[in-house]
Design a binder for this molecule. Sequence first.
Ligand code: FAD
Length: 348
Amino acid sequence: MHFSKGNIEEFDVIIVGASFAGLSVASGLKGNILLIDRCNIGDCQISACGAPVDVVKEIGCEDSVLQASNIFSFHVNKKKIDFCLERPYCTFDFRKFCQIFASKTNAIFTKANVARVEKYDKFIVHTKDRKFNSKILVDASGWEASAVNSLKTDYVHSDMLSFGIETEAPYMATAFHFFYEPDFLKDGISWIFPCGEFSRFGVASYTGRRKLKEKLDSFLERYNLRCGKIHGGSFCYSFKEPVVEDIFVVGCAQGQTLPLTGEGIRRSIFYGVRLSAIIQRILTNEISFEKGVSEYTRLALNCSREYNFLFKFQERFLKMSKNRLEILARILSNRLIFRILERKYRSI
Ligand SMILES: Cc1cc2nc3c(=O)[nH]c(=O)nc-3n(C[C@H](O)[C@H](O)[C@H](O)COP(=O)(O)OP(=O)(O)OC[C@H]3O[C@@H](n4cnc5c(N)ncnc54)[C@H](O)[C@@H]3O)c2cc1C
């Protein structure tokens, strides 16, 4: 139950954004929790929704899984190089995933666009026609970092965004396919992710180029397919402060989507769940707010070295010749080498 004081509705915690990161934070919280998103839960898919099977299972969303595979096929220089994963990946149905996940939270959901945030002894979150306040505010609003951005306008680095679009088409695949073809797409990659009787076909630009529809059309034409409904968006590859103006920032808002691979779901869930546990301890006075801030900051910055490595690799990757990339991919696809790499990567 929440209370109204004047025309302000009061909560213990407000979470802006009800996608991977926001739902993960909400999932472990008890009390008066408000989850705000401009879209209904599960309505606004941006992603290809590929994630490790065990991550989806751990949070109890396995009923949303569409297809799993432990083969990643990398296409370069007209060759296909297979990488065999120790722990399989899956695609899932975004709407179903979010709805299952949301059903596990006690949070109250409100569909509204957060227009601005003010900070006094509490935060006041303004939407078009309502105001909410809380002592704890979480920004899980994706690359826009909407809550933080209204108090710190230079938080979002709009020159450090990747952009991608995808569609589903009737095509059956057994592996996850990634294509690096600079003659076709000079600053990005394309992919095919299997989803049962359909596959997700996508193209993304590391430099944030948004005019990709023609590329997606020609990618599909290779398989005699036509473009259906498109989804997609930006994701951010600048790793930023995890707590700003006392607002906890999580998921893509903090830059937790990894450079090079663009993988962000696993990390949004990982950090969201851990942030949730920290906030719950603040709510029950087990730790002070300041201790919670320092614990989360330490946790979220823990892998900045690996993040920087991937960031540099992303920059180099675009400059590498197809031949060199093919040689590198062949070396890395060696079962033993790849197993070590996969474990290291999964620890980020
Ligand atoms: C084309 C594409 C394909 C991708 N494929 C994969 C993949 O297969 N696997 C993977 O791991 N990652 C993938 N990613 C990256 C992944 O989508 C992100 O890392 C992930 O979505 C981040 O989750 P998040 O919860 O932090 O933010 P988001 O998923 O971006 O969610 C932010 C939420 O906040 C809401 N919001 C934003 N501003 C406001 C506001 N002012 N008021 C109210 N609500 C607001 C939005 O509506 C949204 O629901 C892909 C990205 C793209 C663009």
